[in-house]
Design a protein around this ligand. Structure first.
Ligand code: ADP
Ligand code: ZN
Ligand code: ZN
Length: 748
């Protein structure tokens, strides 16, 4: 019998299943397939959608990967889970989707883990929740008008506040200075009522780019023009704004910010530690009439939600933030500024390990926009990119308003004798004396929090160590605790030695800022001193107030860790004393010398920023070190050339590639076992060296034992491809874990 013709009367073909790929903010290697239910419109790529994964409800992003997954093992259509909902959230821009993929393939972090940084505020993905407001009723108004008779003082105050306008009960109570019960009572009497009103996002004021900035000096003008041209070119470019401390880099790149705003584009400014941004924010406000939207870990949840939402819908025009701001969905991005581009805090070292400055350049290239890197002491990487012609450079060689660069001198601590338990050498003490006598201010810099970095027993030699880490406990005398600076472990300072049980044999070793303050108080009882240390300041507000008090000359001396080094402008500060200039040079980090130069140059740059000349004194046991010599000579370029030469010879970044593989386990055996297994399967390629495994310098951290392998390769080697292949062949069992860090910085 011939084949029957296809029946035209049977059931119609079912409509083809519409499937979409959804990237979830989870560490999966790729997006998952979902079905679009018949009644739902097809979501556009980038849409935020609600889905189920097993028992969980999640929000993900509809993905349009450049490389479609293998259709062969696609889940059968009838087994696909449906999308639950399409959220009314502005879609994730295509440029950002590509950015997520590229960051993932560069860092080897799963794309979902990168995506999670772009959608870190779950509440912002949903419409703002309705708010319950309390409003006065006509009865309430009448009661208030009747005069004092029926009302207690508290009720009267509550009604008076209510008459000014509706607000949540708690806010009414707070403003009236009464308990919430009083307000609830007023509702009970019918004097007020609660209503649900739709939630609203607070839209930030628009920065006024037409407002004129400060009159620029000819140098600044030339630099500003170049940055503005880069913005107006509508193309990818990277420009290094290379200016000495106090040269006015901020004012200069504000011109580029104004140019981007004038073109109707959004601007992202990255700052190293936003806690230091109070002076920066104030300058922005003076220039643009309003503050930008802030993005960092100190922002409270409701503001975070509004910030994310207004950034995503384009109503926030300028965002200033810490490194994580780089992943924000700015749909109209037209300029990225990375201020203090050399700063170490741009490097994230857990979770997704990335270098925000490098990734800012990547984002700029995907978005085809201008990127500005600003620094007084640019990183070697950036300098090398300038010399290779990849980045442009524009210099501000002089301080603003004729202020001179400070004089820098070394104090050779091998010759100067300090009494035991004292850390200020006679020349530094003399300089402090002169400074105070002249009515000027000084800064003592010591990058060590607490009182003493180590406590030991004079009787038996016992040293206090963290139970979770291979690190000493730091004495914090002001809070009377021993603390681990790596895991946060803290314990009271004991009255006797836990080892030999002797009392009064415990001695602090070495100085921290708290101990320095004690020494200053003994030597200069009349000097008004303050400590500027992150752990003693409850937040950015407090840091800003302290900085203001210093500007107002309510202190003669500031003692601080690296948070004093950046951004501050103290007109009367003329002396900077660096208590231990060698501190950053130990540890075997390949960037130790470079970082020491940057940090000490930066902290020295606080001195003499206005009419009065400044000086910088560095206490060192290694005065012959090239870093110290370069600081004295102020010869940054020669120092960088020498550094570059050394790294070129050793094949180290930026002339070669490095990747660190950190294997960790709950005990030494499991960590060793996993690290050896990893090493055994290491690939053999010309130009690729695998070093280790060796115990990581912090061999135990937060209770986990750590081993490190270092992959060293030539610049032309695709390290990521090699690692991807290698790591796909190794299974990590149970409790052992692997962390990949491409371009590692700190060698913890
Ligand atoms: P940098 O960031 O290069 O260290 P700043 O931008 O902090 O320098 O500028 C140093 C100081 O000089 C600031 O107080 C700033 O307001 C001031 N300044 C810079 N340029 C100008 C200018 N063109 N007119 C007036 N003041 C300026
Ligand atoms: Zn002891
Ligand atoms: Zn610890």
């Amino acid at each position: 019998m011939p084949d029957a013709p296809a029946s035209t009367t049977g059931p119609a073909d079912p409509a083809p299943v519409r499937r979409v790929r959804v990237m979830l903010p989870l560490p999966f290697p790729e997006p998952l397939d979902y079905r679009v239910p018949d009644e739902m419109k097809m979501p556009a790529p980038g849409s935020f959608v609600a889905v189920t994964l097993g028992p969980r409800q999640l929000v993900g992003v509809v993905w349009d990967s450049s490389d479609e997954g293998d259709e062969g093992d696609a889940v059968a259509p009838e087994r696909l889970k449906p999308l639950t909902d399409i959220l009314p959230t502005p879609p994730l821009p295509a440029e950002l989707r590509r950015f997520v993929e590229r960051v993932s393939s560069y860092t080897l972090a799963p794309p979902g883990a990168v995506l999670r940084m772009s959608m870190s505020v779950a509440e912002a993905l949903l419409p703002p929740p309705p708010r319950r407001l309390c409003a006065i009723t006509t009865d309430g108004i009448a009661t208030l008008a009747e005069g004092p008779k029926p009302l207690t003082a508290a009720r009267r105050r509550a009604l008076e506040v209510l008459r000014e306008g509706a607000a949540p009960v708690a806010e009414i109570a707070r403003r009236a200075g009464v308990g919430a019960g009083v307000v609830r009572g007023a509702i009970g009497f019918g004097w007020a009522e609660e209503r649900l009103v739709p939630g609203a996002v607070r839209v930030p004021a628009e920065p006024d780019w037409r407002a004129p900035g400060l009159a620029l000096s000819p140098d600044q003008e030339r630099a500003a023009r170049m940055l503005v041209e880069a913005v107006e070119a509508d193309a990818f470019s990277v420009t290094l704004l290379d200016g000495v401390t106090g040269s006015g880099k901020t004012e200069t790149y504000f011109a580029a910010v104004a140019a981007a705003l004038a073109k109707g584009r959004q601007v992202l400014v990255l700052l190293p530690e936003i806690a230091l941004g109070a002076q920066w924010l104030e300058r922005f406000r003076r220039r643009f009439g309003t503050v930008p939207v802030e993005w960092h870990s100190d922002i409270a949840a409701p503001q975070r939600r509004d910030a994310w939402r207004t950034i995503a819908d384009g109503s926030a025009r300028v965002v200033v933030g810490a490194r994580s701001a780089l992943f924000l969905p700015l749909p109209e991005l037209g300029l990225i500024v990375v201020d203090e581009e050399h700063d170490q805090s741009y490097k994230q070292e857990d979770g997704v390990c990335y270098q925000a400055r490098d990734m800012a350049v990547l984002r700029g290239s995907l978005a085809r926009i201008a990127v500005v890197l600003a620094a007084a002491t640019p990183s070697l990487e950036t300098i090398v990119n300038v010399s290779r012609g990849r980045y442009r450079r524009v210099a501000l060689p002089r301080r603003h308003a004729e202020a001179a660069m400070p004089e820098t001198a070394l104090i050779d601590m091998r010759r100067e004798k300090c009494e035991s338990g004292r850390f200020l050498s006679p020349p530094l003490v003399a300089a402090l004396t002169e400074t105070f006598a002249a009515g000027e201010q000084a800064l003592l810099f010591l990058n060590r929090r607490g009182y003493a970095p180590l406590v030991l027993c004079r009787g038996c030699g016992h040293r206090f160590q963290c139970p979770n880490c291979s690190a000493w406990l730091v004495e914090h005398r002001l809070v009377r605790r021993l603390q681990c600076h790596h895991c946060g472990y803290a314990a009271p300072i004991p009255g006797f030695c836990p080892e030999c049980l002797a009392g009064s044999t415990l001695v602090p070793c070495g100085p921290g800022v708290e101990r320095l303050q004690e020494e200053v108080a003994a030597r200069f009882p009349a000097a008004r001193t303050a400590l500027m240390v992150s752990d003693l300041l409850p937040g950015p507000r407090a840091a800003a107030e302290l900085a203001d008090a210093m500007v107002a000359h309510r202190f003669d001396l500031l003692i601080g860790t690296q948070i004093v080094a950046k951004g501050h402008h103290f007109p009367m500060l003329t002396l900077v004393g660096v208590v231990d200039a060698d501190l950053g040079l130990g540890g075997g980090d390949l960037r130790a010398a470079e970082r020491t130069y940057q940090l000490l140059h930066q902290v020295g740059g606080r001195a003499g920023r206005e009419e009065r000349p400044g000086r910088v004194l560095l206490q060192t046991y290694m005065p012959e070190q090239p870093v110290m010599q370069a600081l004295v000579a102020g010869d940054r370029d020669r120092f960088l050339e020498a550094e570059a030469e050394m790294r070129r010879e050793a094949g180290l970044p930026p002339f070669g590639r490095l990747a660190a593989l950190i294997v960790s386990g709950p005990d030494a055996e499991s960590a060793d076992f996993a690290a050896r297994a990893l090493a055994r399967s290491a690939p053999h390629f010309p130009g690729v060296e695998v070093l280790g495994p060796a115990p990581a310098p912090l061999s135990v951290l937060r209770g986990r034992h750590r081993r490190r392998l270092l992959v060293k390769a030539g610049r032309d080697v695709n390290v990521q491809a090699i690692l991807r292949d290698w790591l796909s062949r190794v299974k990590f069992g149970g409790s052992t874990r692997l962390q990949v860090d491409i371009d590692p910085y700190s060698f913890l």
